[in-house]
Design a protein around this ligand. Structure first.
Ligand code: NAG
Ligand code: NAG
Ligand code: NAG
Ligand code: NAG
Ligand code: NAG
Ligand code: NAG
Ligand code: NAG
Ligand code: NAG
Length: 363
């Protein structure tokens, strides 16, 4: 039952973190909510002077092992630290395992600054990737008896005598993942283990004025396989010119260098931080992709220079207030005036009045 709840909890956390571009599958000793537990399985080949991986609590939970100063006639140490079986989302391409460790250099260890017969300055990460869920942890394959069940994926020990973070990238090969850290002579500590994968986030592109919206896409294993995804115009937007293809990169970022088109806010809305919001009162936007501006005022000094039953010719001075800001097209002004002309001609024909009040309507 215990395992069942762990499984459920893992899938829930998975859902909770999808908005970020890195999904956390496992984080030891502490998860994102600050809850700290770390109780993994230990398998140690017994022998004189051998202690194997040891869980340390106190200020911070960690695992250490330091079986050095062994006599050459003693067997070589072999100690395993096994994770719980982790559930891997079926669409995951690459899994990143980030470990924080410290290895003490053999040349500082007894006897005679050698660490003894078996001392080494590295340890190993093995994995078992399978589609088989094992409910009872006691039934996890025992690496001491069945080494073939685990695949060696990394020798860890880039730096010694200093706390180091190292990320091992593996391709996903199954629904479940078991990590197995193997020590065969090093004196080292393991401070943290984090298992993650990258996702290009769904929703509108962030830090981009294009307003293009994308479907959440699991990142490819590497950039030579970057995934081409077609964006769409989000809520309250309209597509203008060009295709909306972008690429999902292995680091969970959208590469928009191929993006040709864009989306603009519908009429009477403007782009505020990537979302279209209604124009404030008294302002208006004619779907030109810019911000809301002040309404055009009435044209001044309108003269009807020619009138018959089917036509009216009007001349005017430009409005006192123009909608135009820099770069703005003439469309909004012309469109407004055309409407005004229509209204006036209708009123003219209906009433034949000389004094006309007119109304401005958006077009
Ligand atoms: C992954 O799982 C989901 C539901 O759990 C399923 O709809 C989808 O087809 C699966 N995808 C693959 C590639 O197996
Ligand atoms: C350490 O070095 C000393 C002198 O060099 C030697 O006598 C001794 O046997 C060495 N001890 C071990 C355990 O190698
Ligand atoms: C991983 O462990 C399972 C048992 O849970 C075993 O059946 C499988 O063969 C192992 N994978 C490999 C690659 O040996
Ligand atoms: C990226 O993927 C391609 C195709 O699968 C492969 O040939 C290449 O070796 C990979 N590159 C790296 C750095 O993993
Ligand atoms: C984005 O993709 C283009 C090719 O489409 C590539 O040349 C460029 O290096 C990529 N940008 C980044 C930051 O990877
Ligand atoms: C639109 O308004 C926002 C703030 O409301 C501003 O940051 C942005 O620069 C404006 N864009 C243009 C094209 O004026
Ligand atoms: C009104 O004037 C226009 C332009 O001069 C002309 O084409 C049209 O035939 C005239 N309509 C009438 C009913 O006279
Ligand atoms: C319209 O006519 C009035 C007087 O008839 C004149 O003062 C004004 O300049 C004319 N306006 C235009 C734009 O021609």
């Amino acid at each position: 039952m215990d395992h069942f709840w762990i499984a459920v909890f893992t899938s829930l956390t998975l859902v909770a973190w999808v908005s970020s571009s890195q999904v956390v599958l496992e984080s030891k000793p502490c998860d994102s909510s600050g809850q700290c537990t770390w109780n993994w399985i230990l398998e140690t080949k017994t022998g004189p002077g051998i202690v194997g991986w040891t869980r340390r609590s106190g200020a911070a939970i960690r695992y250490t092992v330091c079986d050095v100063d062994l006599h050459p006639s003693a067997p070589q140490p072999s100690s395993w630290l096994l994770s719980d079986q982790l559930i891997i989302a079926n669409d995951t391409n690459r899994i990143d395992i980030t470990v924080e460790y410290l290895i003490r250099s053999c040349s500082h260890l007894p006897p005679n600054n050698s660490g003894g017969a078996y001392c080494v300055n590295f340890f190993y990460l093995y994995v078992n990737q399978s589609d088989h869920y094992i409910l009872d942890k006691a039934l996890y394959p025992n690496p001491l008896l069945n080494t073939a069940a685990y695949e060696n994926v990394a020798r860890i020990g880039r730096l010694i005598n200093v706390k180091t973070l190292e990320t091992i990238k593996i391709l996903n090969k199954g629904k479940y993942l078991l990590l197995a850290f193997h020590n065969d002579g090093a004196c080292n500590s393991l401070y943290s283990v984090k298992v993650t994968y990258y996702v290009c986030p769904g929703g509108p592109l962030v830090n981009d004025n294009s307003l293009v919206s994308l479907a959440r896409t699991v990142a490819p294993a590497n950039d030579s396989q970057s995934i081409r995804v077609e964006g769409s115009c989000g809520k309250d937007t309209v597509h203008v010119a060009g295709s909306l293809y972008v690429h999902c990169q292995s680091n969970g970022e959208w590469n928009t260098s191929g993006l040709k088109g864009k989306c603009i806010c519908k009429e009477d809305m403007q782009n505020v931080g990537g979302k279209c919001q209604a124009c404030p009162d008294g302002k208006y936007n004619d779907q030109n992709g810019l911000n809301c501006t002040v309404l055009p005022s009435a044209p001044r000094n309108i003269n009807f220079t020619f009138i018959n039953q089917s036509s009216v010719e009007i001349s005017w001075l430009p409005p006192a207030i123009t909608v135009i800001r820099r770069n703005c097209s003439m469309t909004s002004i012309v469109a407004s005036l055309v409407t005004i002309m229509k209204i006036i001609s209708v009123l003219m024909t209906l009433a034949g009045v000389m004094s006309i009040t007119y109304h401005i309507r958006k077009v």
